[in-house]
Design a protein around this ligand. Structure first.
Ligand code: CFN
Length: 480
């Protein structure tokens, strides 16, 4: 396995040599061995088009809007507008938990589609969309709004979903939000986040959708861009409330339309996933003068650092309460987790490959347990995400942007990590190679991983995968 910077660099070169000249030139810009440190430049090229012919891990703009930002708003109906496939195949694939009664006042687990046929493509689907809104209003009168998530054909045939939305919003007296998140836009789901944020701005905040909070309190905060995967947002919320803060809005995991509107009334926006909602945080700051700050509730080091940073925005009573909470309650709890698992995990090495945030948020959490990161990168991160990752890396860490399946297979066989953390598409290929795997999008149907209880579950799961006996009985193909 790789021990120094030169070896890491040589490995990159070796893998690149297998590409034809043009692909080599292009992919070379997406791989590097960094000089660690917050002030160092990462220099990896990112947010560029994937090369046709290689299998990318990325999703599309529709995935970024429907699946990530809008879909989790639980009291809104989400229309997958276009042919049936996009909605059907993305149905319930993200573990954004919510409370409520599905089909009555909450709709997150439902698949609603306009089911485009040939005649809709030829003659346009606006009439059909109007009818669908009427039907939905009749079937689900307790819904608080509708979002229309455009699939590719909508943008291609030039339907005027904005006009339909304005008309229908007036008729039903609820927000109807058209989102131009056709999958062909941009290079990944990242543009879908941006488009979804713009729709939030134009169709919720600019339309003065009513908030449920009437009187502003001094400790009101908004927990933003936590999607409650496996209950993560609930776990984060508990910390904030124990600090004495009043969470008036959670978005978009387990959120409501009123909570989205509440965000503009908060004293401070706490931004969990910078990549997916920094756009709307910036808008709220400019237009509504609500400041925002990033935080990370994975693992003790970052939890304590983030708690103190958040408390610094408030008065001494919050700061004192936060210190006491850390010292008297959280430190002993989290230390007991470290005591239990660190000896089993110390010195283990992982490869970590997730979308646009989690690598940099979980690396310090792995480090709390003595686990080192050999290779990491983002499917669709931008330059600012890579820059934010630098302080957590070591000088042998390989950074790869938009890693292809081919590159993944090569890195796995050469680096032989003790664990690979990535998505379901990567999971089985990795396990067949005899390398332990954890899904770092869905938490492999476990979680939460955020917050105090989350760290114990994270540590247990990683130990279970890394030290699982089953792996000793599987022989990697390259070993025979
Ligand atoms: S929950 Fe988030 S944390 S929202 Fe984003 S950038 Fe995806 S769905 Mo998969 S796990 Fe992943 Fe992040 Fe933000 Fe999730 S790293 S790829 S679009 N993501």
């Amino acid at each position: 396995s790789v021990v120094d910077k030169e070896q890491s660099q040589a490995l990159i070169e070796e893998i690149l040599q297998e590409y034809p000249e043009k692909a080599l030139k292009s992919r070379k810009k997406h791989m590097t061995v960094v000089e660690p440190g917050a002030d160092e430049k990462c220099g990896v090229s990112s947010n560029r088009k994937s090369i046709p012919g290689v299998m990318t891990i990325r999703g599309c703009a529709y995935a970024g809007s429907k699946g990530v930002v809008w879909g989790p708003v639980k009291d809104m109906l989400t229309i997958s507008h276009g042919p049936v496939g996009c909605g059907q195949y993305s149905w319930a694939t993200r573990r954004n938990y919510y409370t409520g009664i599905t089909g009555v006042d909450s709709f997150g687990a439902m698949q609603i589609t306009s089911d485009f046929q040939e005649r809709d493509i030829v003659f346009g689907g606006d009439k059909k969309l109007e009818k669908l809104v009427d039907e939905l209003e009749e079937m689900f009168p307790l819904s608080r709004g509708i979002s229309i998530q455009s699939e590719c054909p909508i943008g291609l045939i030039g339907d005027d979903i904005e006009a339909v939305s304005r008309k229908k919003a007036e008729e039903i007296g609820k927000p109807v939000v058209p989102v131009r998140c056709e999958g062909f836009r941009g290079v990944s789901q990242s543009l879908g986040h941006h488009i979804a944020n713009d729709a939030l701005r134009d169709w919720i905040y600019e339309k003065d959708v009513p908030a449920s909070v009437q009187e502003a309190g001094p400790y009101d905060v908004a927990l933003m861009a936590d999607y409650n995967i496996g209950g993560d947002a609930w776990s984060s919320r508990r910390i904030l409330e124990e600090m004495g803060l009043n969470v008036i809005s959670q978005s978009t995991g387990d959120s409501t339309v009123a909570e989205l509107a509440n965000t503009a009334k908060a004293k401070l926006v706490l931004l969990h996933c910078y990549r997916s909602m920094n756009y709307i945080a910036r808008y709220l700051e400019e237009k509504h003068s609500v400041p925002w700050t990033e935080f990370n509730f994975f693992g003790p080091t970052q939890i304590f650092k983030s708690m103190r940073k958040i408390a610094s925005y408030f008065d001494e009573s919050i700061q004192k309460r936060t210190e006491e909470l850390i010292e008297n309650k959280y430190k002993p709890l989290l230390q007991s987790v470290v005591d239990k698992y660190k000896s089993r995990l110390e010195g283990k090495k992982v490869m970590l490959y997730v979308g646009g945030l989690r690598p940099r948020h979980t690396i310090p959490c792995f480090k709390d347990l003595g686990v080192e990161v050999m290779l990491t990168g983002y499917e669709f991160g931008h330059g600012d995400d890579y820059q934010r990752t630098m302080e957590y890396l070591d000088d042998t860490t390989i950074v790869v942007d938009d890693m292809s399946e081919f590159e993944m297979e090569k890195f796995l066989s050469k680096l032989k990590p003790d664990l690979f953390g990535s998505g379901v598409k990567e999971k089985y290929q990795c396990q067949k190679a005899g390398v332990p795997f954890r899904q770092m999008h869905s938490w492999d149907y476990s979680g939460p991983y955020h917050g105090i209880e989350g760290f114990a579950i994270f540590a247990r799961d990683m130990d279970m995968a890394i030290n699982g006996q089953v792996w000793k009985h599987i022989k990697a193909p390259w070993k025979s």
